[in-house]
Design a protein around this ligand. Structure first.
Ligand SMILES: NC(=O)c1ccc[n+]([C@@H]2O[C@H](COP(=O)([O-])OP(=O)(O)OC[C@H]3O[C@@H](n4cnc5c(N)ncnc54)[C@H](OP(=O)(O)O)[C@@H]3O)[C@@H](O)[C@H]2O)c1
Length: 325
């Protein structure tokens, strides 16, 4: 099969098309013939050598895909060869075939084509797991950064479906328009004084929940902007990993700070999250409450170009690789 290998840690040019043996599904695993492969920010970090795969995971990049069931491992049941599916993976998706634990494979949302489906489960699982963790409720004030990105555009729509008031940030006027078009009540440029703008929107009551992709560089502002009982959940470290946490401010507000990562969780936890995504998120996509982000597609062999686009920050929505083109 064709796969994309990281020749050595480095820039997009280190991504090379190679021929590899097709993987063989073990007990409780499913072999998937990939249709579309989601490109995620974590893939850029892994390519640079900063985000090694968890023990036992494929060394190939790729945390999600859509496709069709090609074969079942021993004791596999519930699937037939040819069934359409999507998978959440710890790695290995940048290939024509990938093996996934059966619990991390679900049917695509009804009414969604298989290419679009390839970029849904990583963001859906991340947003659902984290907003469940901090218990986002109807009527609460919610802030998400990068509202036109993969996670951000999904988080805006999911929070609106929950009934929250949504503030999103983005880096350009077009992306701010996109945030509004998918339901953000307020769209703020992160290049301006967004903390002051948040303060004037919340009128001193503060934010209830923040889904944070930045980490250290926004930590002090985030803790200051939380309201009483507010919850900050850090899922990305684009602004660094070490910051100053004002515990006095946090305890006065009875606030919470969480930090989570989806990829290294045990298979059973990921399986439980995938089941919740299929049960609670897929119907909101099928009925149109959540619209999949726009996609930019590249042939699998052009993975380097896909990484360049994601790295440039110029893309809107999801970037996908297509093995069959
Ligand atoms: N912990 C987990 O389990 C987990 C799982 C998946 C993703 N993540 C993390 O979630 C984040 C988003 O992932 P993604 O797949 O959605 O990537 P993405 O589409 O590349 O989004 C990155 C976002 O960061 C925004 N951004 C850049 N500079 C910013 C700044 N100074 N202030 C605020 N926002 C800024 C960008 O906004 P513009 O495009 O408007 O510039 C963009 O929307 C990444 O950090 C990723 O590592 C974590």
């Amino acid at each position: 099969m064709q796969a994309i290998e990281v020749a050595e840690p480095g820039g997009p040019e280190v991504l090379r098309p190679v021929q590899r043996e097709q993987p063989v599904p073990g007990a409780g695993e499913i072999l998937i013939k990939t249709t579309a492969i989601g490109v995620n920010r974590a893939d850029l970090l892994q390519r640079q050598g900063h985000y090694p795969p968890p023990p036992g995971a494929s060394p190939l990049l790729g945390l999600e895909c859509s496709g069709t069931v090609a074969a079942l491992g021993p004791d596999g049941s519930g699937w037939q060869a040819g069934d359409p599916c999507v998978a959440l993976l710890a790695g290995g998706a940048y290939a024509e075939y990938v093996v996934a634990p059966a619990g991390q494979v679900v049917r695509p949302p009804e009414g969604v084509d298989l290419v679009t489906a390839g970029g849904l489960i990583e963001v859906a699982a991340t947003v659902l797991a984290n907003l469940d963790l901090v218990g986002l409720r109807a009527g609460e004030r919610f802030l998400v950064h990068g509202g036109a990105g993969g996670i951000g555009s999904f988080a805006i729509q999911y929070a609106k479906a929950v009934g929250a008031e949504v503030i999103a940030t983005a880096g350009s006027p077009e992306k701010l328009d996109y945030c509004r078009s998918v339901g953000a009540d307020h769209a703020l440029s992160y290049r301006d004084d967004w903390p002051a703008a948040v303060e004037s929107i919340t009128g001193g009551a503060g934010l209830d929940v923040i889904l944070d992709n930045m980490g250290a560089s926004y930590l002090e502002d985030h803790v200051r902007l939380l309201g009483t009982g507010g919850r900050l959940v850090v899922i990305g470290l684009q602004g660094g990993r070490k910051g100053t946490l004002d515990l006095g401010r946090l305890l006065a507000k009875r606030g919470q700070v969480h930090a989570t990562s989806l990829r290294p969780r045990p298979v059973e936890e990921k399986a439980a999250i995938c089941a919740r995504v299929a049960e609670r998120v897929w119907p909101t996509i099928t009925d149109g409450r959540i619209r999949p982000a726009p996609q930019t597609t590249f042939p699998l062999a052009e993975a380097a170009a896909a990484h360049r686009l994601l790295e440039s920050g110029d893309n809107l929505g999801k970037v996908l690789l297509l093995p069959q083109s």
